[in-house]
Design a protein around this ligand. Structure first.
Ligand code: ADP
Ligand code: MG
Length: 349
């Protein structure tokens, strides 16, 4: 199938995509362009419309408005062509709990038309590559969450798809299993597959995706490379560590005046963080100026670093609410929610 992959043009292109469920506008006019050969992150909290978008693109659901093309094929009018190019894993169980890992992959391989030996070889190869060789003979119902997620992905790439949908592939996994899934995603992309990854985890999108669309309530509220997204929100943060704790109040004052920035005291009595405001001067220039002012004020700085804003800060700035907590209604995100690294209660002034 990869042989027929288009070498030019985006993997996915949607225009004004709308899907309603009763009064809920799950998708409210979504425009997306996903370049081929990359991981594209669709980042948003529970209920944002991620799965709905994926299901439409995978031809499992018809849109109520707008258009979507996958490798140039209309998902409604050329659904068969689209199906021949894509694979989906996530909230859909394709593996049978009562079968072993090997049995599942061989069965699915046979269903895809592979001969017995080819199916067996491919199953063994994938189980090995995904760290499941030891568990190959065990029934899937005895697999851990991380193993289960890996066999799901293995099942979805028996035939190398041109486009793979990964719908929240690491939700609920422990850090070690998440890392294993991330390695698998990287390996899949290295083989030339385009990946549309939905996630509620900011760090996951940051680690894997080249471009990110932030989606909230059925709308794309921001889109771009990671750097562009971060730049649209703020210039970054300056972290510094002083030689002497008694100089911290002075340092705080100097930074606030020099940068017109929000300055935070860290738990470490020697440390301060200043959040830079995006303006004409680059973050590096602002940081350099701050350092100069501190030196002139006789304050000794032992350590100084400039960091980009986290995607947590990006989401908060774009939506006014933290991921997974919508409008302070306290609605439970129904899972691991905000994910690792999300800071709560950090609403910008
Ligand atoms: N089959 C359905 N019937 C009714 N409402 C649905 C259905 N699928 C999704 N929704 C609603 O559409 C919105 C978007 O859901 P979904 O696409 O699953 O979001 P996400 O995957 O980002 O969590 C939510 O408000 C959800 O309750
Ligand atoms: Mg979903």
């Amino acid at each position: 199938m990869s042989a027929s992959a288009q070498t030019s043009g985006p993997a996915i292109e949607t225009a004004g995509l709308v899907k309603t469920f009763g009064v809920t506008r799950a998708l409210d006019g979504v425009d997306l362009v996903v370049p081929a050969g990359t991981v594209y992150g669709l980042l948003g909290p529970n209920g944002a419309g991620k799965t709905t978008a994926v299901r439409i693109l995978a031809t499992l659901l018809r849109p109520d408005g707008g258009e979507a093309h996958v490798f140039g094929h209309d998902v409604v009018h050329a659904a068969d062509e689209v199906r021949g190019r894509v694979s989906l894993t996530g909230q859909y169980a394709s593996v049978d709990e009562d079968l072993t890992g090997t049995e599942n992959l061989i069965l699915l391989g046979r269903l895809l038309g592979h001969h017995r030996k080819a199916a067996r070889d491919r199953a063994a190869q994938l189980l090995d590559a995904f760290g499941l060789a030891e568990a190959a003979g065990k029934q899937v119902k005895h697999y851990s969450g991380g193993m289960r997620r890996r066999i799901d992905i293995a099942a979805s790439i028996l035939n190398t798809p041109d486009l793979l949908f990964l719908d929240e592939p690491t939700t609920g996994l422990d850090p070690r299993s998440r890392n294993q899934v991330w390695d698998i995603v990287r390996a899949v992309v290295a083989q030339g597959t385009t990946v549309l990854l939905t996630t509620q985890y900011l760090d996951e999108a940051d680690k894997l995706a080249s471009r990110i669309a932030v989606i909230d309530k059925g709308r794309v509220i921001a889109e771009g490379t990671k750097g562009e997204l971060k730049a649209s929100v703020g210039a970054g943060s300056v972290h510094l560590r002083l030689r002497e704790a008694r100089q911290r109040p002075d340092a705080e004052r100097v930074l606030r005046t020099a940068l017109l920035a929000e300055v935070q005291r860290e738990p470490d009595p020697l440390a301060l963080t200043a959040r830079l405001v995006a303006r004409s001067a680059t973050a590096a220039d602002q940081a350099a100026r701050a350092l100069g002012e501190l030196t002139r004020a006789g304050i000794t700085v032992d350590n100084f670093s400039l960091g980009q804003p986290s995607l947590d800060e990006v989401f908060l700035a774009l939506t006014g609410h933290a991921t997974g907590h919508r409008d302070g209604t306290g609605r439970d995100p129904g899972g691991p929610g905000t994910g690792p690294g999300t800071k709560e209660g950090e609403v910008p002034a």
